[in-house]
Design a protein around this ligand. Structure first.
Ligand code: ADP
Length: 532
């Protein structure tokens, strides 16, 4: 591809010099795109309509000097030619922004160096333009950072500030360069008009100053130190939360610090509000559930008395309605118990009582409780125990709760004449036969769980939508099971086929390790809905 020609504007009022340059270019076969103007005014007119890569101008012209041109033209590099012995003039021009100068000599030897000078000047201009672009990009990035940034030198003087700092402190920071950082960031001791950062006796104890001092002294960054100053914003004393990081940098061979100031007031207030709301919710749920238990127990007792005919004979119709009432009171009791259990688990208020325990014992105890329930549903309940299973560390009461929930679900979701099998077995390392974990599985021949529902099954209040008569439940059972197993450091697998059956398998580690789940605090707002 042909390179585009270098476009030169020559401003020269001496016709002989004009001719000399033209001749030189043609003898040297230099293919510049040359345009000549004899005065500044003519040059300015030409510049309005044409673009040039470089201007070569004589210093003294009929209507002014090269200094005037330097003042009028900012973007195009300028080389100045001067009469011999006019070095002072050249220096003056250089200071005014000329890229280079050449002394004219009577043999016009200077023309020989002109091409190289032009080449160098154009290269320098390109480098300067690239640097300027880079600088502009960096500044755009600096200003776009959503955290307030200030550069300060060793004397606590601000050398740079970005746009976000204006937003953090809600005031104009254009004037802050060169001032003490205490004034810039409203440090803790210039509140209410006092001068901060070194000008106040309290400055020594200011956390911001301390951090800058430490960073400058050790040249190590300090991250996210919180400060809670009170500022006068819109004539109102307002406390704000700041997260301040101070990072050391070397700028122009001098130690500097970048002070990053993030206003975390809203975040903190929101966190505080969430915490308070959670606490309130948790208290509310506990109180209401406990308060519901007493009248419920009384109702249960009263219904049982009437059903037992302790207060007189009842007819079949009355018995039918009392049975309905009794079942619903039972259901309400289950719901309250589940809600209370779940709330305790979520709020991290339920502690595990971890001891060496026998998993076969757990299975046998739960079998005794659930066999009647299975009979009532006309479902066969069988257990398959492995007598070689060693003891393991778990909370027995909680594991009874887990197994009761799983078996109760298996029975509920299995039609009459179905079967529920409970197995306890060890999981061994295939290489050395060592026992890795304990497994407890509950298999049924019931209605199964559709594939798309399996991932949601442990969500609180999730229940699979099914056609036909609704099978009662709270939707909290598996959420509780999952929580308890997670607290034990275990896991649960589900295998299911619609209309064939489901197997839930719980895996427990042989030794208990504390899980972070124990400290979770999170109550779903659905709990509130249920209670209110
Ligand atoms: P609940 O049983 O009180 O509805 P759970 O959290 O224990 O609540 O169970 C959530 C849902 O998972 C149940 O409503 C049911 O749709 C499904 N489910 C649980 N266990 C089984 C099972 N063995 N067979 C079929 N579906 C089940």
């Amino acid at each position: 591809m042909e390179e585009s020609k270098c476009k030169i504007l020559l401003i020269e009022d001496d016709i002989v010099d004009q001719m000399a340059l033209k001749r030189f270019l043609s003898t040297e076969k230099l293919s510049y795109d040359l345009q000549i103007c004899s005065s500044i005014s003519q040059a300015m007119e030409t510049l309005e309509t044409s673009q040039f890569d470089i201007i070569v101008t004589d210093f003294s012209l009929g209507d002014g000097t090269a200094i005037d041109i330097l003042n009028l033209v900012k973007d195009i590099p300028i080389i100045i030619t001067t009469g011999a012995g006019d070095e002072d003039v050249a220096v003056k021009a250089w200071k005014a922004g000329a890229y280079d100068y050449l002394s004219k000599d009577c043999n016009r030897e200077y023309l020989k160096v002109l091409p190289k000078t032009i080449e160098n000047v154009i290269k320098r201009k390109e480098i300067e333009d690239a640097l300027e672009r880079k600088q502009r990009n960096l500044e755009a990035i600096f200003d776009a950072v959503p955290v307030g940034l200030l550069f300060a030198d060793e004397n606590f003087l601000v050398t740079r500030a970005n746009d976000a700092i204006t937003k953090v402190f809600q005031k104009d920071y254009s004037h802050i360069i060169g001032k003490k950082i205490g004034e810039a960031i409203d440090c803790l001791n210039n509140v209410l008009g006092q001068q901060g950062c070194g000008n106040n006796p309290e400055c020594a104890s200011c956390i911001i100053r301390k951090n800058i001092n430490n960073t400058l002294a050790n040249f190590k960054p300090m991250y996210n130190v919180e400060a809670h100053p009170t500022f006068l914003i819109n004539n109102k004393q307002t406390q704000i939360w700041l997260s301040i990081s101070v990072v050391p940098v070397i700028v122009d061979n001098c130690k500097h610090v970048i002070v990053a100031v993030d206003d975390i007031t809203e975040r903190k207030q929101a966190e505080e509000k969430v915490r308070e709301t959670m606490e309130l919710k948790s208290q509310f749920i506990s109180t209401v559930s406990h308060e519901l238990r007493t009248p419920m127990a009384a109702m249960k007792e009263a219904i049982a008395l009437v059903l037992d005919e302790a207060v007189g004979k009842i007819n079949d119709k009355q018995r039918k309605f009392l049975d309905i009432a009794s079942r619903n009171v039972e259901r309400l009791g289950d719901l309250i118990n589940d809600v209370l259990d779940f709330q305790k688990l979520e709020a991290g208020k339920m502690n595990l009582d971890i001891k060496q325990n026998d998993i076969n014992q757990v299975v046998s105890e739960v079998y005794e409780i659930m066999v009647l329930f299975a009979k009532k549903h006309k479902v066969e309940l069988v257990t398959e125990l492995d007598t070689m299973i060693p003891q393991a560390q778990f909370d027995k009461t909680k594991m009874i709760q887990v197994l009761t929930n799983l078996i109760s679900n298996a029975i509920k979701f299995t039609p009459e004449n179905g079967k529920v099998t409970v197995r306890a077995f060890p999981v061994r390392d295939s290489d050395n036969g060592n026992i890795l974990e304990l497994a407890l599985s509950v298999s049924d021949t019931g209605m199964g769980i559709p594939q798309e529902a399996i991932s949601k099954i442990f969500d609180r209040f999730y229940r699979v939508k099914r056609e036909g008569k609704e099978i009662q439940g709270t939707g909290l059972g598996l959420a509780i099971v999952n929580k308890i197993i997670t607290m034990h450091g275990g896991r649960i697998d589900i295998e299911s086929q619609v209309d064939k059956g489901t197997t839930f398998t719980v895996y427990l580690p042989m030794e208990h390790k504390v899980s972070p789940e124990n400290v979770s605090v999170n109550i779903d707002n659905k709990l509130e809905k249920i209670i209110t």
